[in-house]
Design a protein around this ligand. Structure first.
Ligand code: ADP
Length: 424
């Protein structure tokens, strides 16, 4: 197996977003949960996205895990690795984008690395090195109040300089507009001056393709899904990857199918109400879950009665008022954690009961379930709704299985049935 592209993502949902994007661009893509075991048997793919949870941990640990992922990807032939960060450059002055970038660049042997979180199609543009979120600079966007990494400076060269040992400079929009060779010339000039990281401007999506094409001359790049799009398009355009359809190889898994909802987003609440018209739905008592009163066992007993007859849905979700009341009583983190763990326990019981087709609503809920089930990797399949693909488990000890993992607000009104329809 020779990978055309390796990616290291600093959180799970960012990794899924990127894996979905690469698949849409025609790359056969696997997303792994953590750095895989050497024994993991990968299907024939073009790209692997290693999902880490390294965005907000101690910098030294983030560096160590990212280097380990890089080594794994390089050992499978990846000549280019994208370090995937958030499109709002989520980080602090202590890292972790800068320290990870420094370490991966040193390992790659590259003199200079291109950096951009730009993805104009989703409202992330970079001009003169300043990141805009929609129409406002980063430091005026809601990210200024982020609980873990408030972003108070929109100038990315400055932000990166504070977190990294590299000298950082800019490839501006005027240079980008002149095309790939102008960018190459500018990078050569910067490298000669001892500059080892270059933030690159982009305000329209087609520029991402030019940037991707140039980035592929190097062994490392740093960016968000927009950079992923540029790299994928560059690989296909240059003939290094033959674009594939994600619909190929859809082997049926069969057996009982179950849905779990832990998201309390408006979209999910409406999707649960819609599902109630076509399948049995069990609404859990969140208070009993937090008090440890056997809700998971009750849910599993209920599930075993219904599983043979068609799809089922188990939901902890409740209205904003009820969520607020539960959080006020028990604390937000304690309530959230207890419910996530109950959902993970229910998923484990469902798997024991024979379920191999599972639909999960909620980002954190999905993370808790995937961790508990010990699924090492997923092959990204056809898209159920924007940003939500069917995922086929790879290398799982329980054998063949498919899942859909949806973050809160994604999907249309009949999401659960839409998902099941694409999971034979
Ligand atoms: P989303 O993708 O919509 O943000 P998540 O699963 O990421 O969904 O987050 C939802 C959080 O709310 C989880 O921590 C979950 O355990 C918690 N939760 C689920 N149901 C309830 C409820 N009824 N009351 C309070 N918190 C809940």
């Amino acid at each position: 197996m020779t990978l055309a592209l390796g990616c290291i993502a600093d959180d799970y949902t960012g990794a899924s977003d990127l894996a979905d994007m690469l698949t849409r661009c025609g790359l056969r893509t696997v997303q792994t949960i953590g750095v895989p075991d050497d024994k993991l048997a990968l299907p024939e793919v073009d790209a692997v996205v290693v999902s880490l949870k390294s965005r907000s941990i101690e910098a030294a640990t983030a560096v160590a895990r990212s280097r380990e992922a890089d080594k794994w990807l390089r050992a499978r032939g990846a000549s280019h690795v994208l370090f995937k960060i958030c499109s709002t450059f989520d980080s602090t002055d202590a890292g972790n984008i800068g320290p990870v970038m420094d370490a991966l660049r040193a390992d790659s042997g590259d003199a200079i690395v291109l950096v951009t979180p730009a993805f104009p199609g989703t409202g992330r543009t970079v001009y003169q090195g300043n990141l805009f979120v929609g129409s406002v600079p980063l430091n005026e966007s809601p990210l200024k109040d982020h609980p873990l990494n408030p972003m108070h400076d929109s100038n990315l060269a400055r932000v990166l300089t504070r977190q990294s040992r590299s000298k950082v400079s800019l490839v501006d929009l005027a240079t980008v507009a002149k095309g790939a060779d102008a960018i190459r010339a500018r990078l050569a000039e910067l490298a000669k001056q001892g500059i080892s990281a270059a933030v690159i401007d982009s305000v329209f999506d087609p520029e991402l393709e030019t940037i991707g094409q140039v980035a592929l001359d190097h062994r490392l790049s740093v960016g968000a899904s927009g950079m992923g799009l540029g790299l994928a398009r560059g690989l296909v355009a240059s003939g290094r990857v033959k674009a594939a359809s994600p619909n190929a190889d859809q082997k049926a898994v069969g057996g009982p199918v179950a849905c779990l909802a832990g998201s309390c987003s408006q979209a999910t609440l409406a999707q649960i109400a819609q599902a109630e018209k076509s399948m049995p739905v069990l609404r859990l008592d969140p208070e009993k879950i937090v008090m440890g009163e056997g809700e998971a066992e009750r849910a599993l007993a209920w599930a075993r009665q219904h599983l043979g007859k068609g799809p089922i849905l188990i939901a902890s979700s409740s209205s904003p008022d009820q969520v607020a009341a539960l959080q006020a009583k028990h604390g937000r983190d304690a309530a959230g954690h207890a419910i996530e763990q109950a959902m993970a326990a229910i998923s484990e019981g469902l798997v024991i009961a024979g379920v191999r087709r599972l639909v999960i609503a909620g980002g954190e809920t999905s993370g808790a379930v995937v961790d508990r089930l010990g699924i090492p990797a997923f092959l990204v399949g056809p898209e159920i709704a924007a940003g939500v693909p069917v995922l086929r488990c790879v290398g799982w000890s329980k054998g063949e299985a498919v899942m859909a993992l949806k973050s809160g607000n994604f999907g249309g009104p009949d999401f659960f049935n839409d998902a099941i329809g694409l999971m034979p």
